[in-house]
Design a protein around this ligand. Structure first.
Ligand SMILES: Cc1ncc(COP(=O)(O)O)c(C=O)c1O
Length: 358
């Protein structure tokens, strides 16, 4: 830590962090599901009964003709999804904030050998006009061809596309022959926010016209379990090969699949996401009178306040969280499936003491 730290004394720090939903552990029910799956020898690489159940549960959830591929992590899911949608000499349109653009160490460019066409978007959403503008390159042999639009739901700034917005994005992309990928690292939080049931999930994905979904599990209480959902007939029928070539084919797939069976059996995936969202709302309400924070009510499980740099440093040393836009001294506070009301209240008390005591 640098700069002059204020010596305001802060209350006891919360038990848990507000840095990321990746900081939390796994839900005991997922660990129990792994334990139950841990019996005897079964076929590897997805040939086992648990994986078959998880695949059909996802197909039931999507009510669409989809292939389901389990993967190790979210970056890998995005690679498999994009690789399955792209054709040669094509690029991907995404927002400047997209995880594929800023937080994957150039993996899409490095692994897929493609160009990302990142568009300026203060709310991290791709707009139909971005697609229309990019389409001017179509047919010009000197220009990379925009082939896929990638949107993130919920976005990297905690905003959420409405179902209508996604439908218009898909219609616009499809009208130019482009396909649509949805990075759903936090699709469960978005589903909980927009209606909280399977119908909402469908409405914002395959019913709206999305062609591939990276379905996140790890951030929502699972342990290293992610899935890629691909619309058949649009995505490559060689997606299984693409997954293997990109090192995302798990040999002991049953352990991942078992977690998704557990998640989809009685909507545990929505229960944990709803809880995380509620904890972010509680934090917002506890601090909304502090207008210098410039917070807007959270749509999902994250808040993006502005803090004076000295206060920020003191709070980060007290209970770590990530910087988001350093140029504005903006940070991200994120809640998780296991964030407790007591954590929120303790965190809010610390923020209040640090801000008002200066
Ligand atoms: C929006 C989004 N997409 C994808 C990922 C990829 O996650 P992983 O770290 O599992 O590769 C993340 C992780 O933070 C994310 O926030």
């Amino acid at each position: 830590m640098t700069g002059s730290l204020h010596l305001v004394s802060l209350p006891l720090a919360p038990e848990r962090f507000f840095a990321s939903d990746n900081f939390s552990g796994a839900h005991p029910r997922y660990l129990a599901a792994i334990e139950r799956a841990n019996a005897g020898h079964v076929m590897a690489y997805g040939g086992d009964a648990i994986t078959k159940s998880a695949v059909s549960m996802f197909q039931e959830l999507c009510q669409a003709d989809v292939d389901v591929l389990f993967t190790f992590n979210g970056t890998g899911s995005n690679i498999v999804a994009l690789g399955s949608l792209l054709r040669s000499a094509e690029s991907v349109i995404c927002s400047e904030w997209a995880h594929i653009n800023v937080d994957e160490t150039g993996a899409p460019e490095h692994i897929l050998g493609i160009k990302l066409h990142d568009v300026i978007s203060p709310d991290a959403k791709v707009k139909p006009e971005h697609i229309v503008a990019a389409s001017s390159a179509l047919g010009n042999v000197h220009h990379v061809q925009p082939g896929v639009v990638s949107i993130t739901q919920a976005t990297e700034l905690g905003t959420v596309y409405s179902i209508d917005e996604i439908r218009v994005i898909c219609d616009t992309a499809h009208s130019f022959g482009m396909r649509v990928h949805l990075d759903g690292a936090r699709i469960s939080n978005a589903t909980a926010a927009l209606g909280g049931d399977a119908k909402t999930f469908r409405a914002m994905t395959f019913d709206a016209g999305v062609d591939a979904v990276s379905f996140g599990g790890t951030k929502n209480a699972m342990f290293g379990a992610e899935a890629v959902l691909l619309r058949r007939g649009v995505a490559s029928d060689r997606s299984g090969f693409i997954r293997k070539q990109n090192t995302q084919l798990p040999s002991k797939m049953r352990y991942m699949a078992a977690q998704f069976v557990e998640a989809l059996t009685d909507d545990l995936w929505l229960e944990t996401a709803r809880h995380a969202n509620q904890m972010a709302s509680r934090l917002y309400k506890a601090l909304e009178d502090l207008t210098s924070l410039q917070m807007t009510p959270p749509a999902v499980n994250s808040l993006y306040p502005i803090l004076p740099p000295d206060v920020k440093e003191q709070l980060q040393a007290w209970n770590f969280f990530w910087d988001w836009d350093l140029s504005r001294s903006q940070v991200r506070w994120m809640t998780s499936w296991d964030t407790s009301p007591a954590d929120v209240d303790a965190f809010a008390a610390g923020v209040r003491a640090a801000l008002l005591g200066r």
